[in-house]
Design a protein around this ligand. Sequence first.
Ligand code: ZN
Length: 341
Amino acid sequence: MTIEFRRDLNKSFFIDPKKGEKSVTSEVRYDPLTGHISRVFPFRRLNLHRHDWEPFVEKSRQQFCPFCPESLDKATPRFTPDFYPQGHVRVGNAVAVPNLHPYEKYASVVVMCKEHYVPMSDIYTSMIVESFKAALDYLQIAQKYDADGASYSSLNWNYMPYAGGSLIHPHLQVLAGPRPGTYDQEMYTAACNYYNQTGSNYFNQLIQAEQEAGERYLGQTGKVHWMTTYAPRHVADVTGIFPDKSSIWDLNEDDLEQIAQGIVKITHYYDRINMPSFNGALYFGTQGDKSFSLMIRMVGRFTIFPLVGSDITHMQVLHDDPWTVMLPENLAEDMKKDFAG
Ligand SMILES: [Zn+2]
């Protein structure tokens, strides 16, 4: 059982009003781990216009922000004393508070920094390290408090409104519950099957396969390996793998620094191509699970037309088929210089 980069090329034929009969090739790729399909339309370049967030930011400054330092203590909820007596989990400038609108049994929002607005170009490593540490502290507290009810964790970042971020002030969505998310479960099951059949960790094998293929492999920040994702879940999909780390108990501050360095390279790349928003996630394995390695995933978010469009269509919402217009191999070629040196 080896890692297979499987894809189907589909030719479609039509009469172009200007050029006559024409054929166009589209691509369906299969995620080498889960088999989930992803549609790739590689024949259009995604030239994004620079999006100016300033008017939104200015408006948000005039309205009330519960995450700004002068309001945070008064305006955000606190953890109950039996869960965490101090009420808020603080690491440097980052603060974890309960989510007012929980959608999982344990749900926290981590306010990442004191600044109300951090432009994409200015995202810095210590805001990531401190906020990820606060998130991990929260997840560990939840797991100690309720081992069965908080056994599956995730750490998520929706940067700015196009990615679903409802407040400008940088914040993370941190979740723990008794069951994993749907995609998470697919990965756990497939990684476990792979491990049982081969005796190897899929993610270690993927690093090796991508290094050998060379087309998508980007480089390392510390021990973390980065690559563009073979079967993307959205545009500019980048995967990071931290070998020999898996659960929320495995990461120290130095590890978070290595992860943060990679994320900053990706966000600076997004800024360079005018990608206005992104979603990011850390997927954790359960403690002691040798079949799963910590995975970091980043995808760009944009609008089809500025301000009024959406980059999510019937394909994702009604058919569960992700798509991208950026060929992962072209993306890697473009990003490699950000990871070099
Ligand atoms: Zn604020």
